[in-house]
Ligand binder design. Structure first.
Ligand SMILES: O=c1ccn([C@@H]2O[C@H](COP(=O)(O)OP(=O)(O)O[C@H]3O[C@H](CO)[C@@H](O)[C@H](O)[C@H]3O)[C@@H](O)[C@H]2O)c(=O)[nH]1
Length: 486
């Protein structure tokens, strides 16, 4: 890659304060800084402090001289829990309290382009339009789910929604353009499929749909995906949205984009949790593709009963497992009975390792890992796709419902355990993916991984789109510099 001269563009990147959003947007920030665009990455103070503690982000500006960080308060008291079932509160709080801070930074810092998390779509549009800064939305979910959200109002018009009730959950959705006959009602995020009884008012659905439609207003939209992975949804989105940049898997560019001989892109883990790297030594001592890696991301909580069903299923499968159990993963409303049945302790000692947080991209790339049991957050899904690792899906909420259907029915790289949590089902699915149907899933997963790598390599679609994105930002920044005074 040829070095570029420092640009006059100043891009403000503004993610939602959560791991799954900060992660991919910080990857984009580094890639843009590597192209010498001036980048200000705007975190809430809370997230920034955690990134400083656990991801050493303060060392990044030394490696990317055009990248710097700024913070805004999230409006919550310091002692407030921002995880588990309270994890949505910072999102809402920034929406309410963030306006004056965002406006101030856009104006005072002479920002020429705002790249805002689509989850903050309305807030970002209002502020960017008010001060005349061109903006782009970054959607951290899959384009297939984004498209599903966008089209949901029309599913009401075509009478596919609302659903009749539980008996209607396996009905196939036929009128979602590009994705006809792929999703069942149960594959829609729960707020997209109200029953007739609770059809009005649907506050969450209205919010999600209107935030999605906000993405029609900025100059462009960015997805962390690649064309070969989600072509049906992307071709529909391309017809309705002004300019679309598919630049994923973002974490994979890092190898192919770094100037030769440099390790510039390699060492930021973007974690707001402390990684327990001891799992890597444990993985080193396990046989090839023998371990199922289990993680439900940064937001999932579950009851102790559900946790035990997973645990029994894993132990009873007799497979080796590495399981991320975050300290806040058990629903805080649960009682404090911490006794764990002896057979689980014994079974885990023989074959399992449970840790608080791992370097997930490295874990997925490890030769001992044979499959990934996941909640199907979009980052986990695309990281698994890039690593060529088959999946077992246990979607927890929202976009994960759609992603898990893509895994099982569209890409055919795993199984979907949606709406069930039973030790026998866990055991059987683990054995299917790790043993009985291992070859079939591995072959499909490896084919996808080849496509992923191709997309971020020279000549690939995401590689080219990242170049186009840089040019686009330069162009709209020039327009801003020529016309705008704040
Ligand atoms: O031990 C771990 C566990 C996870 N991760 C990383 O954490 C991120 C988790 O992101 P994701 O898989 O997307 O899950 P969530 O944290 O649940 O992400 C939220 O944000 C995503 C992007 O909008 C949505 O797709 C999800 O539904 C939403 O829950 C990934 O990059 C993982 O590599 C680690 O590094 N170590």
């Amino acid at each position: 890659m040829k070095p570029r001269q420092t640009s006059s563009a100043h891009v403000l990147i503004f993610p939602c304060p959560a791991q799954g959003h900060v992660n991919s947007m910080l990857n984009l920030a580094q890639l843009l800084a590597l192209r010498n665009l001036h980048i200000t990455f705007l975190n809430t103070e809370h997230v920034h402090n955690r990134l400083t503690r656990f991801a050493d982000i303060e060392s990044l500006p030394a490696r990317y001289p055009t990248l710097r960080f700024k913070t805004i308060p999230d409006g919550l008291p310091e002692e407030h829990s921002r995880s588990g079932e309270r994890s949505m509160e910072p999102f809402h709080s920034v929406k309410v309290h963030g306006k004056p801070f965002l406006r101030d930074i856009l104006v005072k810092e002479k920002v020429t382009c705002l790249v805002a998390d689509g989850f903050f779509g309305k807030l970002a549009n209002e502020m960017a339009e008010e001060v005349g800064v061109p903006s782009i939305h970054f959607r951290t979910i899959s384009s297939s789910c984004f498209w599903t959200y966008f089209w949901t109002p029309y599913l009401f018009e075509s009478n596919e929604l609302p659903i009749k009730g539980e008996e209607d959950m396996d009905r196939i959705i036929t009128t979602l353009p590009g994705m006809e006959n792929l999703l069942r009602c149960r594959d829609l995020p729960s707020f997209c499929r109200p029953t007739r009884a609770d059809a009005e008012p649907i506050i969450l659905l209205d919010t999600i749909v209107s935030e999605t439609h906000q993405t029609l207003r900025p100059r462009a939209v960015i997805f962390n995906t690649f064309d070969d992975l989600e072509d049906p949804a992307l071709s529909q989105i391309g017809r309705r949205f002004p300019t679309v940049f598919t630049v994923g898997p973002l974490h994979q560019h890092r190898e192919s984009r770094a100037p030769s001989g440099s390790n510039t892109m390699r060492s930021s883990n973007n974690s707001i949790w402390e990684e327990d790297t001891s799992c890597m030594a444990w993985l080193n001592s396990q046989p090839l593709r023998s371990v199922i890696y289990v993680s439900f991301g940064s937001l999932t909580t579950m009851s102790r009963e559900t946790l035990l069903e997973f645990w029994y299923g894993l132990v009873n499968s007799k497979r080796r497992f590495l399981w991320v159990v975050r300290s806040d993963m058990i629903d805080a409303r649960e009682g404090k009975d911490e006794s764990i049945p002896g057979e689980l302790v014994e079974g885990t000692k023989e074959r399992g390792l449970m840790v608080g947080w791992v370097p997930q991209v490295e874990v997925l790339a490890h030769k001992s890992v044979g499959a990934f049991m996941s909640h199907c957050g979009w980052n986990s899904t695309i990281e698994s796709v890039a690593a060529g690792v088959p999946m077992i899906c246990w979607p927890y909420f929202a976009d994960q419902q759609v992603n898990s259907r893509l895994v099982s029915e569209y890409w055919k790289v795993g199984l979907d355990m949606k709406d069930v949590c039973d030790r026998k089902v866990v055991e059987d699915m683990v054995n299917d993916v790790m043993l009985n149907r291992k070859q079939e899933f591995l072959e499909s997963a490896e084919k996808l991984a080849v496509l992923a790598l191709k997309s971020v390599s020279e000549g690939g679609s995401s590689y080219a789109n990242l170049d186009r994105l840089v040019e686009f930002i330069e162009l709209i920044s020039q327009e801003r510099l020529c016309t705008g005074t704040s």
